[in-house]
Design a protein around this ligand. Structure first.
Ligand code: AMP
Length: 213
């Protein structure tokens, strides 16, 4: 199964992807995670990407497309998280998959109000080691600042500050949301889910829609 997960920052893409990966045995292909790993390793790609990420802007298409089509070409069943983020990226992904003789099976759109997303992000703390995600009020770690799963230190992402979040949400509406219409017009199965509720319930709704494909 090949899935694309779309949603604004703060919609819970990473959280739900982890569960879907476990349930369906998919590879989790997250463009944001790949960039953060490149930044942590101090690579040229990471240094270039960091400038855009810290400003709440999208990394230029040609960089992301090369990186993600290479990842997709190596994977069997997967869920794409954070890619594509522009219509151009979606088109180029479609072309790369056509060459490979396959296509995306379904596109999941997580829908959430900007205010709810912004609140989640300012209170979010993440583990860069295992990808665990916490919320200072709703999903506290057992020990302050430490990941329950792997014991690593939790961080507040540089791009989870109020100013950058506003810019990321604006970028989402302008550049990423049109992808939904693009996929709808191209006849892809579109699974739209209200992502504002409790994580377990949102996940159940996603699974229900996947099972009905
Ligand atoms: P994420 O972890 O998915 O929220 O991604 C963090 C940041 O990485 C985004 O705000 C962008 O600056 C950059 N990024 C991730 N995926 C893409 C993409 N598909 N296209 C452009 N920039 C991206």
């Amino acid at each position: 199964m090949r899935l694309v997960l779309i949603g604004p920052p703060g919609a819970g893409k990473g959280t739900h992807c982890k569960k879907l990966v476990e349930k369906y045995g998919l590879k989790h292909l997250s463009s944001g995670d790949i960039f953060r790993a490149e930044i942590a390793s101090g690579t040229e790609l990471g240094n270039t990407a960091k400038e855009y990420i810290d400003a709440g802007e999208l990394v230029p298409d040609h960089i992301v497309i090369d990186m993600m089509t290479a990842a997709v070409e190596k994977a069997g069943d997967y869920i794409l998280d954070g890619f594509p983020r522009t219509v151009n990226q979606a088109q180029k992904l479609g072309e790369a998959l056509e060459v490979k003789g396959c296509q995306i099976d379904a596109v999941i759109e997580l829908m959430i109000d900007d205010a709810v997303a912004a609140n989640r992000l300012t209170q979010r703390r993440v583990c860069l080691q295992c990808g665990g995600t916490y919320h200072l009020v709703n999903l506290k770690p057992k020990v302050d600042g430490i990941c329950d799963v792997c014991g690593s230190k939790l961080i507040h992402r540089d791009d989870d500050t109020e100013e950058v979040i506003l810019s990321r949400l604006e970028t989402y509406h302008k550049q990423t949301e049109p992808i939904v219409e693009y996929y709808r017009k191209s006849g892809k199965k579109l699974l739209q889910v209200d992502a504002a509720g409790e994580a377990g319930k949102v996940l159940d709704m996603i699974i229900d829609k996947i099972e009905n494909i």
